[in-house]
Design a protein around this ligand. Structure first.
Ligand code: G3H
Ligand code: 13P
Ligand code: ZN
Length: 330
């Protein structure tokens, strides 16, 4: 099966009130863990590579790993550039086989963001590739960019219609309180539940509703949507790790978002935590092991577990592969 774009995925996700998981990939075992889970659950997926992933693994390796995943599975897979920093990076991915790119102009003033995004859209559409733009700034860390909570800003609903119309983007990433990384909120921003677990402030569903009114039926993307699954944080900390006060977005809020216009939910940190938990646990149980296949196998299976959990309990995208394929083949 060839790589697919995201248009049909988002149409079906919108109508069916679910979301497509966009999982960050950096190496073979991450690709395998994600696609094994998605294949067994018959879920469409987006595999996405950041500029950092391309620097780490090299573009060609990533493209070929994803193409190998397509050969061994029967689900629709899109290959997406995550947080494209400039036109050149987007062009290189478009020319190099990606089916979707994000141009992240969110740190630029509104008008410059429009100019840059429009330029990428024109090139991408001429090559059959779809584009995600971004308005509003999330807190947290992506590559070398660290946006403090004070500098983060919610998406302004009054800007979205003009942005979408002037740029021609196919989907829009918005800021409604999610944040990148495993430390999304300071403990003082949170309350503690009965089990002592930190509970962050609610996402701004009111802003999401306003945005939906301004651009009806338009696919919305949530970045920074890892839940920082407490189970994996505990395994890491119980096995020599030091991740105090790691906190993410509660899964019930993401589930609620997935039933709205949010059609794509980005997950990276939860994969990193799952893989690290599996490897740390394995090393503590088997300090004598040194064959990478032994410990990376465990990391890969933890990735598979967390992705299966997300597909069933957060995204609601299980058993949706067939309807997406049917629309693509129409
Ligand atoms: O949004 C950022 C993603 O988690 C990618 O992170 O730039 O470190 O690969 P990275
Ligand atoms: P997390 O850090 O919450 O996993 O977010 C990932 C992301 O938004 C990738 O673009
Ligand atoms: Zn992101």
């Amino acid at each position: 099966m060839p790589l697919v774009g995201t248009k049909e995925m988002f149409k079906k996700a919108y109508e069916g009130k679910y979301a497509i998981g966009a999982f960050n990939v950096n190496n073979m075992e991450i690709v395998q863990g994600i696609t094994e889970a998605a294949g067994e659950l018959q879920s469409p997926i987006i595999l996405q590579c950041s500029a950092g992933a391309r620097k780490y693994a090299k573009h060609q390796y990533l493209v070929h790993l994803v193409k190998a995943a397509l050969e061994v599975s029967d689900i629709p897979i899109a290959l997406h550039l995550d947080h494209g920093p400039d036109f050149e990076t987007c062009k290189s991915c478009i020319d190099g086989g990606f089916t979707s790119v994000m141009i992240d102009g969110s740190s630029h003033p509104f008008k410059e963001n429009i100019e840059l995004t429009k330029k990428v859209v024109e090139y991408a559409h001429a090559h059959g590739v779809v584009v995600e733009g971004e308005l509003g700034q999330l807190a947290g860390i992506e590559d070398d960019v660290n946006v403090s909570a004070e500098n983060a800003s919610y998406t302004q609903p009054e800007e979205v219609q003009e942005f979408v119309e002037k740029t021609g983007v196919d989907s829009l990433a918005i800021a409604i309180g999610t944040s990148h990384g495993a430390f999304k909120f300071k403990p003082e921003q949170c309350t503690r539940n009965a089990d002592g677990v930190l509970v962050p402030p609610e996402l701004r569903f009111d802003i999401l509703a306003e945005i939906e009114k301004k651009i009806p039926q338009f696919p919305i993307v949530l970045h920074g949507a890892s839940s920082v699954v407490p189970k994996y944080v505990k395994i890491i900390n119980d096995n020599g790790g030091k991740l105090a006060d790691a906190v993410g977005i509660p899964e019930d809020q993401l589930r609620k978002a997935a039933t709205s216009a949010v059609c794509k939910i980005n997950i990276d940190s939860d994969l990193r935590l799952a893989m690290t938990a599996g490897i740390r646990e394995h090393f503590c149980e088997h300090p004598e092991h040194f064959d990478p296949r032994q410990y990376i196998t465990v990391g890969r299976s933890y990735i598979k577990d967390v992705v299966a959990h997300k597909i069933k309990n957060v995204l609601g995208s299980d058993n949706r592969a067939a309807e997406v394929m049917a629309l693509i083949n129409k």
